[in-house]
Design a binder for this molecule. Sequence first.
Ligand SMILES: [Zn+2]
Length: 117
Amino acid sequence: MTIFKEFTFDSAHYLPHVPEDHKCRRMHGHTYRLRLYITGALDPRLGWVMDFADIKAAWKTIEAQLDHRCLNEVEGLSNPTAEHIAAWIWQRLKPELPLLQKIELWESPSAGVVYEG
Ligand SMILES: [Zn+2]
């Protein structure tokens, strides 16, 4: 069974490799929305795949490195496209959440990325 949990974080960034006149070359911000999918067997006694609180706890340490920061200054995110941010999050979260199956990251209500490692 697959469960999911959503989080948001606010960050600034700019994209250094787009053309000079591209609007994303300028510093700007997003409220990113992240959805984490966790797939596993139901615990027969507890009746759940895993505790949502444990998902939140795993995310919190990573969130602290992104929320209210300029992403370009974060180690490994010098070109912080949604695709790179999703992969960055995956690399850090997967060891903490082995059942992590997929993440979805929106940088706006209509644009985002799906990443499965
Ligand atoms: Zn942007």
